[in-house]
Design a protein around this ligand. Structure first.
Ligand code: FAD
Length: 1007
């Protein structure tokens, strides 16, 4: 039966093949510019990258001069081979020359006509003629509105309104269209609405956050519901497209939850796309089918292979998540065939929209449908506009119902779509490329993917598994939770409940392994609900400082003599322990320092990273290194710990930074007196607990919570202290450096200070920057964790050519984000840490009002009633308004002084030169970022934007251990970068030991 099926499939495939013989898609016809360019892209990968990047930036280039400049920057490099058709003019001199402008004009025309091959028109009215042409050729359509990434509610609303308009335009004219397929009814082929519309969930709500899953679904439904309603009213079909991994589960839930509503429950003309390149697509399909069966719902599955393969791979690898897509094309192909059959087998509840240009896939579906005797109305074939026209013609000639996916929209939002299509057509694995550009034989094109899989078996396990603790494996960053998975959301909610029940926590100091109670206490409160006490924590005084330093001194010789491998093992064991407690450690941060879910999770992951990284670093550095290879001499360089290290930590990364400084000191063989910030002592105590649980010897780590003003100076100036690792404000940092420099009579050495201090970080937005990306990253960098990160963006420097566009999008995006207590995952921004911080930030807002102009001030006071015990009198809230100022000049205080809160100062500049001068014009040099698609400006920023951490086309926060060693210079700090290869060296002294091994003219030969 199977062999027989395969035989029939091959015959059908060959029949379809004959129907396309002699035809070639416009895209691959080399007499046209697009054909030539694609041909060259397929021959030369370096050219392909430059070409697609140029196409991506092209819609932003509104003047011939800027087009010319970019052409020269992208293609003018001598090492890049250019086809002769493009050579002329690109490498000519000045971008203002007449020739250069001529070339730019012709390039612009060609790219516009390339886009026109995939996009029907910029408006529904403009698209009507091509849509009607498709219908006159006997094909239906599904209309899709291209949209920029929706960054604000006003953009989502505009997108939604455009869809309403689309329905209206199509509805007005549908009566004049004869039904397709000689239908006896008004429906195409007797069963299918003439109007068919495809929608992307991401366009329906601008604040999609997987951790706020239910909220996101509910909000997206608010816009999708009227569209579904419109579909019902106009008798149209509506389909939800499938996007990338981060939206997959949300889209499935959104679809199901809408169809469960009474008004849509019985409406048969809706569908959803499923991507066969996903490893979980079969499980998703089965779940959908079960759901539809249980609820008696009828729906259509548009079966696709998936359009985001390259990016899914990159995103998963960057996040260190399991790769959600198959690694081999044959796996996807085989899965497509399998899922198509499952859908056909369930034809009583679901229709199949087979969306592929691959003859083998099409032949499989045609034959499987015959095999299973599927009624003709249960199946249709879909192709993309502008791709593989011969395929759609062959399907038509074979008398099958064909629908064309028809994108409508402007060039600007259309470019992402266009680049996706170009990537698809030029990929090595693409069926269209193999058939039409490479002329692969029909037998090879129709090969059974299962046979190919047997010949080239895929890797048994999905790459991207959980990192291993300890020395056995190379360092990998701890993956953040993927909030699209219900398990993480549920377990985190449970952790919040569990941790809340444990509050207030009673926390002692620990000296020499013993708990120390004190009379005075630090009251640590929840910044989002100040009546909620998170902990009552011992407040150490000067006498405790003395005891702690004596304990650390006493423990030092033993710890120094402990082998470096054993010391590293303590760090690995603590990492393992922290991993097991991840949910609870992060939940505690929500309460004690007001971190939103993802921020809290990231802090815990970074703490684990430091343990794993510094453990491995110690293994690298611990082995004495042979210096020179001279006979008769053994010379070794080795590192030894310095002694007692005082760690003074901030509250804003309460676990990660504390853990970084503490674990580096411990791994290097120092003993530690660790003073957590007074605002986050309960989280600080977790560091002690983690090391205690892995049985770190007593006295190696001493935990000394207390007020900085009372014990800070005593700690720093103590003669037995060898080094101080500090992260915090510039003011305190400079004070520590001064104090430590005064060497006491009793001192045993010169103190070393590692100080990470503040920043006045800038993001530059170039004239050609991708604003879809820039706006999201600016918001995250400026307002993530309420702007309370030393890396946060507080200055935005925008080139005047992009100024108006950016300002408008940023304003509406900032007005769209949800504010309020961060326990609720929908809230992007909550309260600042304490009243003193609030007052300082408010005073800067007052200064900003004098210096500049308010663009956004979100003074909508959030609901702080969450979980506040009603018996208590509410304390004043720690919320401050998210504020953005424009018209700020470099000399203004807002442009120079660190605010450490959700305040962003925007400066308009004429050109990139001025942007760099303004960016570099402060006393700080911590982080910075640029958004630009000009290779020349990017290269220049690399050279001239002088900050410790420069980010290109991404935000300026979120450094990861090892991948982005972190730290600045100038007034931003002194010392080597945390999470980098030089960091541990600061905690050690280098020693050299040289032995003369020559005795009486004889030296061991083995040296
Ligand atoms: C009408 C229509 C609607 C569509 N809607 C969507 C949608 O909503 N969402 C969406 O994501 N896509 C959608 N697509 C695009 C679709 O997913 C495919 O990208 C495209 O059709 C190419 O697949 P193919 O079968 O035509 O060609 P083929 O050349 O046979 O297949 C190419 C596909 O194989 C897969 N692939 C390539 N290399 C590998 C590899 N190494 N390992 C595993 N798999 C690999 C990729 O999915 C790639 O797109 C749609 C396509 C059509 C025709």
């Amino acid at each position: 039966m199977a062999a027989d099926f395969e035989g029939r499939l091959q015959e059908t495939g060959k029949r379809l093949y004959q129907l396309i013989e002699g035809e070639s898609p416009t895209l691959f016809q080399k007499q046209y510019w697009t054909g030539k360019v694609l041909d060259w892209c397929m021959r030369d990968d370096a050219f392909r990258v430059q070409m697609f990047r140029f196409i991506d930036v092209f819609p932003y280039l509104t003047q011939l001069e800027t087009i010319t400049r970019h052409l020269q920057e992208y293609f003018g490099r001598p090492e890049l081979k250019l086809p002769s058709a493009l050579q002329w003019g690109i490498r000519v001199g000045s971008s203002t020359s007449f020739t250069a402008k001529m070339v730019a004009k012709s390039f612009a025309d060609n790219i516009s006509s390339m886009a026109g091959q995939f996009i029907l028109g910029s408006t529904p009215q403009e698209a009507l003629a091509p849509l009607e042409r498709l219908r006159s050729l006997g094909m239906g359509f599904t209309a899709d509105l291209l949209g920029e990434a929706v960054v604000s509610e006003s953009e989502a609303e505009a997108y939604f309104q455009r869809y309403l308009e689309l329905f209206g335009v199509l509805h007005d004219v549908q009566d004049r269209w004869p039904a397709l397929g000689e239908s006896p009814t008004e429906l195409d082929w007797g069963h299918s609405p003439k109007i068919n519309v495809s929608v992307k969930a991401s366009g329906m709500y601008s604040q999609m956050r997987a951790c706020a899953f239910d909220h996101t679904v509910a909000m997206a439904k608010e816009r999708l519901r009227p569209l579904f309603r419109k579909a019902v009213e106009t008798g149209a079909f509506v389909n939800l497209d499938m996007e990338h991994h981060g939206l997959k589960n949300l889209t499935l839930s959104l679809y199901r939850s809408l169809l469960e509503e009474a008004e849509f429950h019985d409406y048969p003309h809706t569908g959803i796309a499923l991507q066969c390149y996903r490893r979980d697509s079969e499980a998703d399909l089965n779940e959908l089918l079960q759901w539809a069966r249980d609820r008696k719902i009828r729906f259509t599955v548009r079966l696709v292979k998936g359009a985001y393969w390259d990016s899914e791979l990159i995103w998963a690898q960057q996040s260190n998540w399991p790769i959600p897509v198959f690694a081999h094309k044959h796996e996807t192909d085989a899965n497509f065939e399998k899922l198509a059959r499952i859908i056909l087998q369930h034809h009583e509840i679901t229709r199949l929209a087979c969306a592929s240009h691959n003859l083998r896939a099409l032949a499989t579906v045609i034959e499987a449908a015959k095999d299973l005797q599927i009624p003709s109305e249960q199946i249709e074939f879909q192709v993309l506009y502008g791709m593989g026209e011969p395929i759609r013609n062959a399907l038509r000639k074979a008398g099958l119902p064909v629908r064309v996916y028809a994108p409508i929209g402007d060039m600007l939002p259309g470019m992402a779509y266009l680049v996706r299509r170009l990537l698809e057509n030029t990929a090595n694995e693409s069926f269209l490329r193999q058939k039409f550009a490479q002329g692969v034989a029909v037998e090879a094109l129709l090969r059974n993917p299962l046979d190919l899989l047997r010949e080239q078996p895929p890797p048994s396990e999905a790459p991207g598994t959980t990192p291993e603790s300890g020395a056995k494996s190379p360092f990998q960053n701890e993956p953040l939770w993927d909030w699209t998975l219900a398990e993480h959301r549920e377990r985190f909610s449970q952790a919040l409940g569990r941790v809340r029940k444990s509050l207030p926590r009673m926390v002692s100091a620990f000296i020499a392994g013993k708990a120390v109670q004190t009379d005075r206490k630090i009251y640590s409160v929840n910044p989002n609900a100040p009546d909620e006490v998170v902990g009552l924590v011992a407040a150490a005084d000067k006498s405790h400082v003395e005891q702690a330093i004596q304990a650390a001194s006493a423990a030092f010789p033993g710890w120094r003599e402990t082998g470096y491998r054993d010391r590293a093992e303590f760090l690995f064991a603590a990492a393992e322990r922290a991993r097991k407690m991840r949910y609870d450690l992060a939940a505690l941060q929500v309460f004690e320092v007001g971190k939103a879910w993802s921020e809290a999770d990231a802090d815990v992951c970074e703490a684990i990273d430091f343990l794993e990284y510094y453990g491995r670093e110690m293994l690298r550095l611990g082995q004495p290194r042979r210096m020179g290879q001279v006979p008769g001499e053994l010379s070794h360089l080795l590192y030894e710990p310095k002694g007692v290290c005082v760690v003074i930590a901030p509250w804003n990364f309460p676990l990660a930074i504390s853990m970084g400084m503490t674990s580096a000191a411990i791994a290097a063989g120092n003993t530690v007196v660790y003073k957590p910030a007074s605002q986050s002592p309960v989280i600080g105590s977790m560091i002690y607990d983690l090391f205690e649980e892995v049985r770190l010897p007593p006295g190696v780590l001493n935990f000394l919570p207390g007020s900085g003003s009372e014990i800070g100076d005593v700690l720093v100036s103590h003669p037995e202290v060898a080094l101080i690792a500090f992260t915090g404000s510039r003011e305190t940092g400079l004070h520590i450096i001064e104090l430590a420099a005064k060497t006491s009579r009793y001192a045993r050495g010169i103190k070393h200070v590692i100080a990470e201090m503040g920043g006045k970080n800038a993001i530059i937005v170039d004239a050609d920057a991708d604003l879809d990306e820039a706006v999201i990253h600016i918001l995250q960098s400026a307002f993530g964790y309420q702007g309370q990160k030393c890396s946060a963006c507080s200055r935005l420097i925008v080139l005047e050519d992009n100024y108006d566009r950016l300002i408008e999008r940023l304003r509406s995006a900032a007005e769209s984000i949800d504010l309020g207590p961060v326990e609720d995952p929908k809230n992007f921004m909550g309260a600042v840490i304490e009243p003193a911080a609030r007052d300082k930030i408010l005073s800067y807002i007052a200064i900003g009002k004098e210096e500049g102009t308010i663009l956004v001030q979100r003074d909508d006071s959030p609901d702080t009633s969450v979980s506040r015990p009603s018996s208590l009198v509410p304390r004043p809230s720690f919320f401050v308004p998210l504020t953005i100022f424009t018209d700020i000049r470099p000399e203004h205080r807002l442009a120079r002084e660190e605010i450490f809160g959700p305040v962003l100062a925007i400066m308009k500049v004429k050109d990139f030169e001025e942007a760099l001068a303004v960016a570099n014009g402060t006393q700080y040099a911590l982080t910075g970022a640029i958004f630009s698609r000009s290779p020349e400006n990017i290269a220049r920023a690399r050279r001239e934007f002088r900050v410790g951490n420069l980010y290109i086309n991404r935000g300026c926060t979120g450094a990861l251990v090892h991948r982005h060693p972190f730290g600045g210079f100038k007034m931003s700090g002194v010392g080597s970068k945390a999470g980098g290869p030089d960091y541990l060296l600061q905690f050690m002294v280098p020693r050299n030991i040289a032995e003369n091994t020559l005795r009486r003219g004889f030296a061991p030969s083995s040296e």
